[in-house]
Design a binder for this molecule. Sequence first.
Ligand code: NAD
Length: 525
Amino acid sequence: MAGTASPPISPSFEVTNPRTGAVLYTVDEPGPDDLAAVYSRARKGFERLRAMTIAERLHEVGKLKTYIQEHKETIVQRIVDETGKPRIEALMTEIFPTLDLIQYYEKSAVKILRDQKMPTPLVMMGKKSKIYYEPLGPVLIISPWNYPFNLSMTPIITAIIAGNSVIAKPSEHTPLRGLIEEIMEGAGFPSEFIQVVYGAKETGKALIDHQPAKVFFTGSEAAGRAIMTQSAQYLIPVELELGGKDPMVVFDDVTLPRAVQGALWGGITNCGQTCTSVERILVHAPVVDAFIDQLKTAIEGLNTRDGHEDTAQDKSLDVGCMTADFQVAKVEAELADAVAKGAVVHCGGKRSDDSNAFPPTLVSNVDPSMDIYSEETFGPVVTVVPFTDEAEAVKLANDGRYGLSASVWSADDERADRVARNIVTGNVSINNVLATQGNSALPFGGTKSSGMGRYKGPHGLYAFSNVKSILIDKNSDKKEPIWYPYTEEKYGLISALIDASIQGGLGGFLKTAKIGKKLEKFTKT
Ligand code: NAD
């Protein structure tokens, strides 16, 4: 939202190209009146959306799919300009999953959200039970800078299909100003269904004070805590998709070259700025030296580029630059702390100039005294830690406050499954990395300090729904036997009814029916 009648919440800010340093544009933060107007429009949008069938909502969302597909190169360019990521990553991990999610819901949403018949127990004979999935209202979606398109569009699309209007606040570092509006306009999608508000943290807070029906937040642990605290004042439900420190557990029976390539991509893609990046590689001791050697060679073979020269058109660039200066500084501080405490840097570790291009880095000999061991690094840095047996692997994988995602690599399917079950986390890929989030049908979310709630898959639609239970009885001249008055005889019959109904089976059924008949006399009105 540009142009403010009321005083801005914070000063305006510049959005820059992280590779070249060029200022792309300046954003004026909205004022309080602007936000009030946004909510008023969102409420109107909600009334329209809730009245639509799921098929009608899918029809509207399908228009976005077509437009995004037809304009993917323009969208890729916008993403690359603001994030510094390689072109192919914008295509593969921002555009494709967005289209795939729409396609998944086109096939499944009507079934997921349709009224559901539920069983009714014998003691409630003659009644019917159902679940209705209804929208919540205008929801607020706050997004981070690492996947600015996909991590905005995924919850936005899901919320819309479930019937909610959306107010989206992208990150101030990568707002992609005007892009979603352009897509909506080009696609002929109703503009009151999604409104994008551009601003930083203070604008995010002011938006929560307007009391949306739900806050869906993706970002850092610290901001997640602040948002949950603020939302608690209004009892607004929150969904928190936070950080991670994901382990990759490699057993000695794997085909090492594939595991090494998995570690390479899982740790370095998006310059390591992925919530589910491989940050901790736990390797079975017999193969740890070979693993480190092969991973170092593989890292050194990556196509990287230092400096400020624009790489946006380079389709074969493997590693982009980091998106934010402050994140580069954080990575450097973690590495300096680790090295001072005895960590070994096998490759990378230092920038060759003052650009945001940070070299892929491999570190070993790390221990819990170092920040790099337990803090989310969020840069192109992986650590390798050896383990001696399965129990130690699980212990190390669970050592830490995060629990977002993990991977387990072994030729022994049963062992891999056992370890996957024993890691406290939201997602596990077996013999693959970052793979669960590649399937739109699988719910995504964290445990521990990685957040709460799930999105994508059926759970994504339920996360944006009021799950309403319905019990239907007939109009009749009888009352329920459990209603007033209470008598000693009724007490005895109800006690016997409980025993019969818990007994179950044919015997329990017959007893329940018999007691039910005796209770009939209490149904006269
Ligand atoms: P961040 O928390 O700094 O900011 C995220 C968004 O929240 C931004 O739009 C910001 O303006 C807003 N914000 C910050 N404080 C706020 C407050 N108090 N009230 C309202 N809004 C506020 O996160 P970031 O640096 O943009 O993103 C990186 C983090 O996001 C990493 O920790 C990463 O792991 C995490 N992340 C998680 C997932 C996931 O799905 N679990 C996905 C991507 C990124």
